[in-house]
Design a protein around this ligand. Structure first.
Ligand code: ARG
Length: 587
């Protein structure tokens, strides 16, 4: 693979050797940062001076004497109490981007991580027979982007959609279906996602009505739960109908979200049934869990209720039933020992943090997790309405995710239509969808996951500001520039002197690799959105200051500017794809 060393890395290497040439006995990190004063500033001399008991300014001057200036480091200057200001040569900037441009794998020369591992990521986990809401949106959007970021760095990623497909609530539904056997009779493909959901909703409401008003139905429904847990084939067949109907709905929503979810990766709570008894036995035999009032419990020093008593994690209830914790603990065993993961990641609402804290601690005590195999919840905050309260309809109900997405698409289509010059109706509809879904995803990804954010469609589809629409327009604009350039094609000319705006753009383009690495390492897609937003802004000021087509610059300058534009477009495209967002060629 054609991986390209970044300018930052190359400068870092030179500085590291200059530091160790000046003080061979003490090692130091140059602590290189992008800076306003110069292209880079190195701040590591202070720490080295401390270690070596030297005067920082004198040491800095000495370090400079070990730096060979040339194409890469054009200039280096001591500044302040021992910082180094570094200026990169134009030739190095253009040359580096040319190497990225030549990488025909679409990776822009970004190398893989040195020691990739295996991550199982648990995300996009709606519940059977229930509507999807904004919480499910966050898990799906963040999870999809993190999975793609990790894969891009070379990590082996196993996706797991831990759907809620098991539990006592199914007794009522199954019993109702048993008594109204033809309710869900249809061939796969015959109903839309919307229809599937409304079928489920209708059945749920009817079952609920019976359950609340008819004592005998209630008894029959409770017996169904026992049959379900015992694996009675007829009961399981009815349960499967609900799961299948729900999947029709889930897949329609994921498709609307323009997200690829594979059936094989859907391993719901029921997928671990066979392991539950064994999980409990292992925990009890090792003493990690103890019987308390008939239930199998794990206790924690620091988890206490309002009365000051410890609140346990209940692995098995006193009636023998298994709950959410038993399933998650069994899933950990599966992911560690069968899927051979070294990292388990859970993209789940922050409101479940205590659950995961207890589950992970239990797994550590059992020895299933340790220094080599770690688990982490990527906890996300709540989606708020414009009023700053958890997002609800006027009637105080949870908002259906589909309604929200449809509204985003409508708003975005209006924006696209208003700006559309040469788009057909069909193109407007298609772009409107890409812009609307992109807007929702971007808004979700551009705040750090653990924070709450306001769902504000007006802001999300705005053309100005930190939105996906702004980035999509920047991309489409570059495509239009490339079309208008006619037979002048993009071409790198490292011999040309660069304008300040070109240098700023070029150095930022070079930082794509380290940004992606950091966003993947920290599970932080918002670092990538911030990078891309800045990229689009730098492109705008470059395009303002450096004419590409009109007034026509000399041919080599035009080619080089088209080349810078095209590297920008490719970087935008690649970056947006890692966020799960489309970049239409025309807007
Ligand atoms: N289905 C759950 C919900 O809707 C999320 C599942 C999270 N994953 C897990 N392994 N517990 O809240």
């Amino acid at each position: 693979m054609a991986s390209v060393a970044s300018l930052t890395d190359l400068v870092n290497q030179q500085l590291t050797s200059a530091l160790s040439a000046a003080r061979p006995e003490a090692s130091a990190d140059p602590l290189l940062r992008r800076s306003d004063r110069a292209d880079y500033q190195a701040n590591g001399i202070l720490a080295l001076a401390k270690k070596a008991k030297a005067n920082p300014r004198e040491l800095a001057t000495e370090v400079v004497s070990h730096i060979v200036t040339g194409d890469l480091i054009k200039d280096v200057e001591v500044s302040g109490p021992g910082f180094l200001n570094i200026t990169i040569g134009d030739r190095a900037i253009t040359g580096n981007l040319a190497a990225r441009y030549a990488d025909d794998t679409g990776r822009l020369g970004v190398p893989h991580a040195e020691h990739p591992g295996t991550t199982v990521i648990d995300y996009a986990q709606p519940n059977v027979a229930k509507e999807m809401h904004v919480g499910h949106l966050r898990s799906a959007v963040i999870g999809d982007s993190v999975a793609q970021l990790l894969e891009f760095t070379g990590e082996s990623v196993v996706r797991r959609h831990h759907i809620g497909d098991w539990g006592t609530q199914f007794g009522m539904l199954i019993q109702y279906l048993e008594e109204h056997p033809h309710e869900l009779d249809h061939e796969a493909g015959e109903v839309s996602g919307e229809e599937a959901m409304s079928n489920l909703d209708r059945l749920y409401k009817a079952a609920r009505r019976h359950f609340d008003s008819d004592e005998e139905f209630k008894t029959r429904a409770r017996r169904r739960v026992v049959d379900l847990q015992a694996g009675d084939p007829k009961t399981l067949a009815a349960w499967q109908k609900f799961v299948d109907e729900s999947k029709i709905y889930f897949f329609s929503v994921f498709e609307k979200l323009d997200m690829e979810i594979r059936d094989a990766d859907i391993v719901g709570e029921s997928g671990y049934n066979d392991m539950l008894a064994e999980t409990c036995r292992m925990l009890e035999e090792s003493g990690v869990a103890v019987r308390s009032e008939g239930a199998l419990c794990v206790f924690f020093e620091d988890v206490k209720g309002p009365d000051g008593n410890q609140v346990p994690l209940i692995v098995q209830k006193s009636d023998g039933g298994y709950g959410y914790a038993a399933t998650d603990l069994s899933a950990i065993r599966d992911r560690v020992f069968n899927l051979k993961a070294d990292t388990l990641l859970y993209v789940v609402d922050a409101r479940q943090s205590l659950h995961f804290k207890m589950v992970f601690e239990t797994a550590r005590r059992a020895g299933w997790l340790n220094e080599d195999v770690t688990a982490q919840q990527l906890a996300f905050g709540t989606v708020l309405g414009k009023d700053g309260k958890p997002f609800k309809t006027r009637a105080g109900e949870t908002v259906r995710l589909v309604d929200l997405l449809d509204e985003a698409i409508d708003r975005a289509s209006a924006v696209v239509r208003e700006k559309a010059q040469d788009l057909s109706e069909q193109e407007i509809a298609e772009r409107g969808t890409q812009v609307g879904i992109g807007a929702v995803k971007y808004a979700d990804l551009s705040t750090s996951a653990n924070r709450d954010y306001k769902f504000d469609l007006d802001q999300m589809v705005s053309l100005n500001g930190d939105t996906s629409v702004y980035l999509q327009y920047a991309y489409a604009r570059i495509q239009s520039i490339l079309r208008k350039a006619g037979d002048v094609r993009p071409g790198a000319h490292p011999e040309l002197e660069l304008h300040e705006a070109e240098r700023a753009l070029g150095l930022h383009l070079d930082a794509f690799a380290e940004t992606v690495a950091e966003a993947a390492r920290e599970y932080a897609p918002h670092k990538l959105t911030a990078y891309l937003y800045q990229l689009a802004s730098l492109f705008t000021s470059f395009y303002d200051k450096c004419p590409v087509i009109k007034p026509a610059p000399p041919r080599d300058v035009a080619e080089n500017r088209l080349f810078l534009s095209d590297v920008t477009a490719r970087t935008l495209h690649r970056g947006m794809a890692l966020l799960g967002i489309r970049t239409p060629e025309r807007l």
